[in-house]
Every structure is written in C-alpha cells, then in structure tokens.
Design a protein around this ligand. Structure first.
Ligand code: AAT
Length: 282
C-alpha cells in the first residue's frame, strides 16, 4: 500500500511526497510534530502538517540563512537564533571560529528532542560548547535584550500559531534594540509566488523596512517549500549586503558549501520584477 504526505499549498494546489514510513509523531504543547522517511527527500520534519525541512534540500535553506550575513558582517562574536530547534542554522554557524556564543531560542523543547534523536544531520552541533539553548518564546526573549548581538537569525515557522509573533512590528523593533551598533538580522521571509503567502510576506517586509535603515530581500530555490521560490530578508543597522560583501575574505575561509558561493551571494539579491513590485522597490 502506498503512503503519502500531502501539504496543501493553496486551495487548488497540493504537494505530495511518497512516504516509506512514519518515524515519529507527537502533540506538543505548541504543535503537532511528525517525522517521516521518504525515498526522494530522505527524512523530513513537519509541524502541524507543514514542511519544515527535508534531509535532501535543507542545506539550501540553512546555508543561505547563515552564510549570506556571515559574509557581509566583518566581525561576528555573538549570535541569536530564534526558532531553528532542528539545529540546521547552528550547524552552519559553528563552522566560524570567531563566533564565541550562540543563543538558540526555541519555543518547543520537543522539537529539539525529536531532532536530536531522529535528525542528527541537522541537530548534531546543538551540543557545541558555544551553544546555549533557551526554551522560550522568541518574541518575549528579545524584549529584555539591548546592544547584545552582532547577528540575529529568525529561523521561524510561518506567521500562524507559535510563529505569528515573530512577524510583528514589536518583534522587529526589539530585534533592532537587541543588536549591536553595526548588527544585522536575517529572517525567513516567506514566498512571493502564491498570493496567500505573498500577502503575509509583504506585510512583514513593510514592518522590517520601517524598523531598519538598510533592508534587502534575497532568494533561493527550496524545492519542498510552497512554489519552491523562497525569500530571505537581510535587515541591517550599518552594513550593506552587496557593498560590504567581501568575496575574497569569504573564499579565503575555504568553507565547503553545496549551494552558497560568492556569485550566488550577489545573484540572490537580484529579484524578479514581479517580486520587486510586491516589495514596492519599483
Ligand atoms: N530550520 C528550518 C525549520 C524551521 S522550524 C522553525 C522553528 O521555530 C520550529 O521549531 C518552531 O517550534 C519554532 N518557533 C515557532 N514560533 C516560535 C517562537 N515564537 N519562538 C521561538 N521559536 C519558535 C523553519 C521552517 C520555515 C518554514 C517555511 N515554510
């Protein structure tokens, strides 16, 4: 008998992935957590039935959410990751020796536990001595922080349920305050393609533009997210994502990556006209 995981992307579109077996299922205080094995995408994690990551394509998302800001900011000592209990963003961050401290703020401890057990590919570096895990709501966590982080990575679920607060004006204002004088914030910025997603994306974008002097959007192709066309936001107090990008410095690090490179860095900030229109950049 065939078993399929299906996610509804719009009222008229669904994506289905053939499942080999279900590995884990639990209802936490915050959401339903499921982990499946599949032939095409390897093991994958869903929350409330929405795809969070697959073993096959998570490298694209995690490389793009980490290496883009790390190649722009000249000195990053302290990083805050909000969400990201799967550990994928942390795995990429610990590759930088100059990072001394990483605070990971994940609302759902059960996501961390499940990923440590069943998704070592992403979770393996959560035990790095530089990482401190806080089981807390990111919205509340940043309220009391001031002038502390060089980089904030918002690796959150979509703007419903527990993730909703991470798309508010209050949250972006508090992230601004929590950053050092030259700090920057990167967030998963939703998809521009289907109107249901684009409306939330536009709303969040306006709030970020209002909160930061420099704010640019970049893109990547993530096959298992709705439409496959995904955006990230780079919002900064001082450094510009292209003018302050030092390709030579990044190349000299000799970090092995499967998606990100210096040409992708520049190209990712070139947006299609329809996206520029949605972002009111045209
Ligand atoms: N790294 C790719 C996977 C994610 S998961 C996002 C995580 O954010 C989840 O573990 C969820 O529990 C956590 N989260 C949600 N709301 C909050 C909150 N308020 N505070 C802290 N953590 C939170 C991202 C997937 C992107 C999906 C795109 N469609």
């Amino acid at each position: 008998m065939d078993l399929w995981f299906t996610e509804k992307h719009t009222d008229n579109v669904k994506l289905s992935i053939k499942v080999d077996r279900q590995v884990y299922s639990a209802q936490s205080e915050f959401q339903r957590i499921d982990i499946f094995d599949s032939l095409e995408f390897g093991r994958f994690l869903t929350l409330d039935g929405y795809m969070m990551l697959t073993e096959k394509d998570e490298f694209i998302y995690h490389e793009m959410i980490v290496h883009v800001p790390m190649a722009i900011l000249p000195q990053v000592n302290k990083v805050l990751v909000i969400g990201g209990g799967d550990g994928g963003a942390v795995r990429e961050l610990v590759r930088y020796p100059e990072i001394q401290q990483i605070d990971l703020v994940e609302i759902d401890a059960q996501v961390i536990e499940a990923c440590k057990k069943y998704l070592p590919q992403t979770a393996a570096k959560l035990d790095d001595p530089r990482v401190t895990i806080h089981e807390a709501d990111g919205l509340k966590f940043v309220r009391s922080k001031k002038d502390e982080y060089d980089l904030i990575i918002v690796d959150s679920t979509d703007p419903f349920g527990p993730g909703e607060g991470l798309f508010t004006k209050e949250f972006y204002g508090n992230c601004f305050k929590a950053l050092t004088e030259t700090g920057a914030m990167v967030n998963q910025h939703e998809s521009p393609f289907y109107p249901v997603d684009a409306i939330a994306m536009q709303r969040a974008h306006k709030r970020i533009v209002d909160s930061f002097p420099i704010s640019r959007v970049y893109q990547a192709h993530i096959p298992t997210y709705p439409s496959g066309h995904w955006l990230f936001g780079f919002a900064s107090k001082h450094y510009h994502p292209l003018q302050d990008f030092d390709a030579q410095k990044w190349k000299a690090r000799n970090l092995k990556t499967r998606y990100y490179n210096d040409k992708i860095h520049v190209g990712a900030f070139a947006l299609p006209n329809y996206v520029k229109l949605l972002l009111e950049e045209m």
